[in-house]
Ligand binder design. Sequence first.
Ligand code: GLP
Length: 238
Amino acid sequence: MNWETFRNYDALSEGAAALLLDAIRANPKIVLGLPTGNTPLGMYARIIATCSREYHCFRDVVAFNLDEYVGIPRDHPGSYYTFMQRHLFGHVDIEPANTHIPNGIAPDLKVECARYERSIASAGGLGITFLGLGSNGHIAFNEPGTPFDSRTHVVALSESTRRANASFFLDQPVPTHAISMGIGTILESREIVLLASGAKKHDAIARLRSGAQGGDFPASALWSHSNVRVLVDEAASF
Ligand code: GLP
């Protein structure tokens, strides 16, 4: 695991955006795994700014989001579909057909999870996947206790995760379930970049850095992968 500590959130976002854009320059047809949440917002803003100068950045890129809520339509203000349109896809030249997000209102969620896995496989697998980190160590929506070999599945969200995401739902209730790529799905990505910023991630980062692997801390599964970078800012790190 390769650790990089940045001075603050802006520097971390700059570093993350550079990694993502370099990956596209190296392989314009790269398959990305993409996160939501507050942490990647700065990275996405910088990518949009760069791509407005350097057009065609995303022309042949394929993207798979890590997760989506169950039971809300994609145009709901709290959906990850809406998040991605607002913060990235609506501002770059990615083909809508190349943007994949699980369908949280599919009539049969198990079938939807299997379909999502098949789409990733038929795109050639994930090339580089960016992850945020839950303060309980979750990656995507894989809560503590999720098997490290799990595939895309339906998840019951913990109370703490629902609270942490409440700001995206304003006064409306946060969904109780989500579809998430599994830990096994994420570990098959050829490269993984984990981003963590701020004092509220401090304990989770300390636990990750300790190297102790265990099902109670999903991000510790990343220790079994040979190409992981962890980008943290000083507040998360010290
Ligand atoms: C949600 C997302 C995760 C994200 C986490 C941390 O649970 N499903 O993918 O990593 O929030 O969010 P934040 O970056 O807002 O701290």
